[in-house]
Design a protein around this ligand. Structure first.
Ligand code: FA5
Length: 345
């Protein structure tokens, strides 16, 4: 067989094999077999030296054409096989977008916590900073230094949970943080103290664990008018300009004069319900001018400084905002209730 016939035969054989190749692997072995360094085409070309110059040119040209053609065919076939492989892969991984998705429960902040954060932000925007104190508190700070000595009837105003450590109680209000602030800061002082407090109390508007935010401002020439102004700004930002606000004279051992503040009941719109006990109003905070006895106990100059303090009940505010008619709903952890507050902030 002449060299020309051998090259043409090789071309035919290779083209047939390329045509039949069904995967990339066999295509690659065809490439190696025919065009590789030790491939069939190369070994034929090695014998070129034995030919006359004309024959060498002719076979040389033929071999080049065959090489180019085979390369071209291999490229085309490779493209085709790659597309086919991808198609099959996609077919295998086909996603049924009509299938129901896996249920992922998203959490949300509790209405009491969102209310607490929102209230804190309002006071922080007015220049108050946030202070903290422990929930297991010294009786000294929870009562004595707040002008409530042992055996004073005022201790009965807040039914206390005592613990097995003498001299300590579960704090009944956030007011002991006032004492902590006075003992550690120099006036002027402007702090709020949000946190949990505990009392032996349970009915639709009283919970044994609830949250308060304490406020304390000490400076020269602070008056009751400043207290009213600050609370008015705060209440209007939470409840809107049309909210009914009522200051009622009251008594707290650590403030003089003292007041309690009521808000018109948004649960019933003021007509009377079990939240407002038929009165149309709900008490949300206690406040007053810091009693000089408290300043003296904490070593603050009563000649120079005056101050106001307030303590507000977060749950009561959350109840009015979201029209919740029983405080206990806030702590039952019923998911049907909790889910209603998703995305309120
Ligand atoms: C006090 O706790 C005072 N420390 C507040 C204060 C601070 C007065 C600074 C003056 C100066 P009182 O016991 O009234 O006050 O409680 C304050 C608020 O907490 C109430 O207005 C009410 O909104 C809320 N509150 C009281 N008891 C409960 C309870 N058991 N459950 C839910 N909220 C309550």
């Amino acid at each position: 067989m002449s060299l020309k016939q051998q090259v043409e035969g090789l071309e035919k054989e290779a083209l047939e094999l390329i045509e039949k190749a069904s995967d990339l692997e066999s295509l690659n072995s065809i490439r190696v077999e025919f065009l590789g360094k030790k491939g069939k085409l190369k070994s034929i070309l090695k014998t070129l030296g034995k030919l006359s110059p004309e024959e060498r040119r002719e076979i040389g040209q033929l071999a080049n054409r065959v090489k180019e053609e085979l390369e071209e065919r291999l490229r085309e076939k490779e493209k085709l096989l790659r597309e086919k492989a991808l198609e099959e892969e996609l077919k295998k991984k086909k996603i049924d977008i009509t299938l129901p998705s896996a249920w992922i429960e998203t959490g949300s902040s509790h209405p009491v916590i969102s209310t607490l954060v929102e209230i804190s932000e309002i006071f922080v925007s007015m220049g108050f900073s946030v202070a903290e104190g422990p929930e297991v508190e010294k009786e000294l700070y929870n009562f004595d230094m707040l002008n409530i000595p042992p055996d004073h009837p005022a201790r009965d105003m807040q039914d206390t949970f005592f613990i097995n450590k003498k001299g300590y109680v579960l704090r009944t209000h956030t007011s002991p943080v006032q004492i902590r602030a006075m003992l550690t800061r120099e006036p002027p002082v402007a702090v709020i103290a949000p946190g949990r407090v505990y009392r032996k109390d349970a009915d639709p508007t009283h919970s044994p664990m609830f949250h308060q935010i304490e406020g304390l401002l000490i400076d020269e020439n602070v008056t009751f008018r400043d207290l009213k102004g600050i609370l008015k700004i705060f209440l209007e930002s939470i409840f809107g300009k049309n909210v009914g606000i009522r200051f009622r004279p009251s008594y707290f051992p650590f403030t003089e004069p003292s007041a309690e503040v009521d808000i018109s009941c948004s649960v019933c719109g003021g007509t009377g319900c079990r939240v407002c006990k038929g009165t149309g109003w709900l008490e949300i905070l206690g406040c007053g001018m810091v009693d000089p006895n408290v300043f003296e106990a904490a070593g603050i100059d009563t000649e120079k400084y005056t101050g106001f303090a307030f303590g507000l009940g977060i749950e009561r505010i959350a109840m009015l905002r979201y029209r919740i008619n029983d405080i206990r709903l806030l702590f039952d952890n019923d998911m049907r209730f909790n889910h209603q507050f998703k995305g309120i902030r």
